[in-house]
Write a protein that binds this ligand. Structure first.
Ligand SMILES: Nc1nc2c(ncn2[C@@H]2O[C@H](COP(=O)(O)OP(=O)(O)OP(=O)(O)O)[C@@H](O)[C@H]2O)c(=O)[nH]1
Ligand SMILES: [Mg+2]
Length: 480
C-alpha cells in the first residue's frame, strides 16, 4: 500500500494523504523524501496545513466530548499530535471522576439507612462520606434541626399548634381532632419533642387533649395506659374514658326573646371553653344538693329547664362524670329556679348560660367587623334580652376569666380583648346604670394553680387583666 502511494503520489488528494498519514500507513517524511519530487510543493503545504489544523480541530472535538473514547481516538489518529499529553491527562482525569462518582453512588444505601431526624446520625454520615451526593441534603437537615432548637421547637410549640386547631372556627370537631393527632405524631416522629416531654405536657395541663384524642393515641400505640398512670392519672378516669361514654349533648333550645321569670338574673360572660357551663353546673348542683340551701326548685316553664336539670346531674358528688359538649354557637339558655334557704325564704333566680362565641360577636359589633348570619341571630337574642325586652329584674354579671388562657387566641386575639369588648358592649346597653346590683370576676380552672391563695389570684389579675379590672371598677361606680 505504502509503495503504491509513493509511486502514484500525484493521484492522491491532500485529504487522502492526510488520512493515510493519520492512519499510520505512511509518514509525511516518506512522502517528501521518497517520491522523487512528485509530491509537489503546493500539495505538501496543503497536507501540512491539514495535519496542523486537523490536529487542533480533532483535539478540540475530543476535549469538548470529554470521553475516554474520544481522547483515545485522538491519540490513535495523531501518533505525533501536539495534544497527546493533554489527551492522556484527560483520560486519567475522566477515569478518576468516574471512580469517584461510583464511590459517591455507593453511599446511597448508607444514606437510606440514616435517621433523617437524628442529628448525630446525620453528622456521622457527613463525616464518613464527605464526597457523597447526599452531603447537601444531610447538611440542610442538620441545619433545620439546629434551627428548630434555636427557635425553640419543643413542647411549647406543640401546645400552641394544638391551641390553634382548637380555636379555629373553620374546622369541625373531627377535623380538629385529626389535625391535633397528626401534629402530635409528627412532633414525636421527627423527635421535635420526646415522649417524656409530651407526657409531662399532658400532666401539667389535663385539659390540653380531649378524651377522644387521648383514646386514639392509646389505640395507635403512641402512648400507653401505663404512661397515663405514670403521669398521675387515676385508673378510674382511664376506665371511664374507655367505657364508651360520650359527652352529653343538648338539643338546640328555643330562641329566647326575654327573661320570663320575676327573679334576680345572673349572666355568665366568658370566652369559648372558659368553663362557664361547668361552673354553672357545679353551682347548680351544690344549690340542689340540699346542704347549702334547703332546696332548689327548677322552674319547669324556663326555656332552659331541660338543660338545667341535665347540667345539675353532670356533677355527682364524689363520682367521675362526663362533661357536656361546648355550648353550641347560637344557644342561649334561661334557667329559672327558686332557692329556698334554711329560713324558708325563697330566692327566685334565673341563670343565663350563653355560648362563649357570643363574646366574639360583641367584639365584632364594637369593632365594626363583618358578621355571619349566626352571629347576627346571636346578637339579636342578646339585644332582645338586654335591650328591647329588658325585664325590670335586678341583675348580676359574672365575668369568667379562664386561668392561664392568655396564650389561647381566637382569631388572633386573646381573652383580655374579648372581655374588654363584652364589657363595652354591655356598658353601652345602659344595663349597668339602672338594673345591675353586682358584678363579679370568677376565675375558672383555678385547679391549675398548684398552691392557691388569694394573693396569687390578685397578682394574676393585676398582671394580666388590670385594664379590664379597672374598666369593671368604673362600671361599678356608675352603678352607685
Ligand atoms: N381544669 C379544669 N378544666 C375545666 C374546668 N371547668 C371546665 N374545664 C374544661 O373546660 C372545658 C370547657 O368548659 P365549658 O364549661 O364547656 O366552657 P364554656 O365556657 O361553657 O364554653 P362554651 O360554652 O363553648 O362557651 C371543659 O370541657 C373542661 O374540659 C375546671 O374547673 N378545671
Ligand atoms: Mg358553655
Amino acid at each position: 500500500m505504502k509503495e503504491r502511494i509513493l509511486d502514484n503520489v500525484a493521484e492522491y488528494s491532500a485529504q487522502q494523504l492526510v488520512k493515510y498519514i493519520q492512519d499510520g500507513v505512511i509518514s509525511l517524511d516518506e512522502l517528501i523524501n521518497e517520491t522523487d519530487g512528485f509530491f509537489d510543493a503546493s500539495k505538501r503545504k496543503e497536507v501540512e496545513d491539514f495535519l496542523k489544523n486537523g490536529d487542533d480541530n480533532a483535539w478540540n472535538e475530543a476535549y469538548a466530548l470529554r470521553t475516554i473514547d474520544a481522547a483515545k481516538q485522538y491519540l490513535n489518529t495523531y501518533p505525533n499530535g501536539k495534544h497527546r499529553n493533554e489527551a492522556r491527562d484527560l483520560i486519567s482525569n475522566i477515569k478518576e471522576e468516574n471512580e469517584s462518582n461510583y464511590l459517591k453512588s455507593t453511599t446511597d444505601d448508607a444514606w437510606t439507612c440514616v435517621d433523617k431526624n437524628d442529628i448525630d446520625e446525620l453528622r456521622n454520615f457527613v463525616k464518613k462520606y464527605p464526597d457523597s451526593n447526599h452531603i447537601n441534603d444531610a447538611n440542610i437537615l442538620i441545619n433545620n434541626i439546629l434551627l428548630n432548637e434555636i427557635m425553640g421547637v419543643d413542647a411549647e410549640t406543640l401546645v400552641s399548634q394544638i391551641r390553634q386547631f382548637q380555636t379555629d372556627i373553620s374546622l369541625t370537631p373531627a377535623q380538629k381532632d385529626n389535625n391535633i393527632l397528626d401534629t402530635i405524631e409528627r412532633f414525636l416522629k421527627e423527635k421535635k419533642i420526646t415522649k417524656e416531654d409530651f407526657l409531662n405536657t399532658i400532666r401539667d395541663d389535663h385539659n390540653l387533649l380531649n378524651a377522644s384524642v387521648v383514646k386514639t393515641l392509646i389505640n395507635k400505640g403512641v402512648i400507653t395506659h401505663a404512661d397515663l398512670i405514670g403521669i398521675g392519672i387515676d385508673k378510674l378516669f382511664i376506665r371511664k374514658m374507655f367505657n364508651g361514654d360520650c359527652a352529653q349533648s343538648f338539643n338546640m333550645p328555643e330562641k329566647l326573646d326575654k327573661i320570663h321569670k320575676q327573679s334576680t338574673e345572673i349572666y355568665f360572660w366568658g370566652i369559648p371553653s372558659s368553663g362557664k357551663s361547668c361552673a354553672l353546673g357545679a353551682i347548680l348542683s351544690v344549690a340542689a344538693c340540699g346542704r347549702v340551701a334547703k332546696s332548689m326548685d327548677p322552674d319547669t316553664g324556663s326555656q332552659g329547664y331541660g338543660y338545667m336539670t341535665k347540667l345539675i346531674n353532670l356533677f355527682k358528688n364524689g363520682q367521675i362524670g362526663t362533661l357536656m359538649e361546648g355550648t353550641s354557637v347560637d344557644s342561649f339558655y334561661e334557667m329559672g329556679f327558686d332557692l329556698v334557704d334554711k329560713e324558708d325564704k325563697i330566692h327566685p333566680i334565673t341563670c343565663i348560660d350563653m355560648a362563649g362565641e357570643l363574646m366574639r360577636c360583641m367584639y365584632k359589633a364594637n369593632a365594626g367587623d363583618s358578621m355571619s348570619d349566626t352571629d347576627e341571630i346571636m346578637l339579636d337574642t342578646l339585644t332582645n334580652v338586654l335591650i328591647d325586652n329588658r325585664s325590670i329584674n335586678r341583675k348580676m354579671h359574672i365575668f369568667v376569666i379562664e386561668y392561664g388562657a392568655e396564650d389561647r387566641l381566637y382569631e388572633g386575639l386573646p381573652q383580655r380583648v374579648y372581655l374588654d369588648g363584652a364589657l363595652s358592649y354591655i356598658k353601652n346597653t345602659g344595663i349597668f346604670k339602672k338594673d345591675t346590683d353586682a358584678i363579679y370576676i370568677m376565675i375558672t380552672k383555678a385547679d391549675k394553680v398548684k398552691e392557691q391563695s388569694k394573693e396569687i389570684f390578685s397578682n394574676y389579675i393585676n398582671k394580666n387583666y388590670l385594664g379590664f379590672y379597672n374598666g369593671l371598677a368604673k362600671s361599678v361606680r356608675i352603678m352607685k
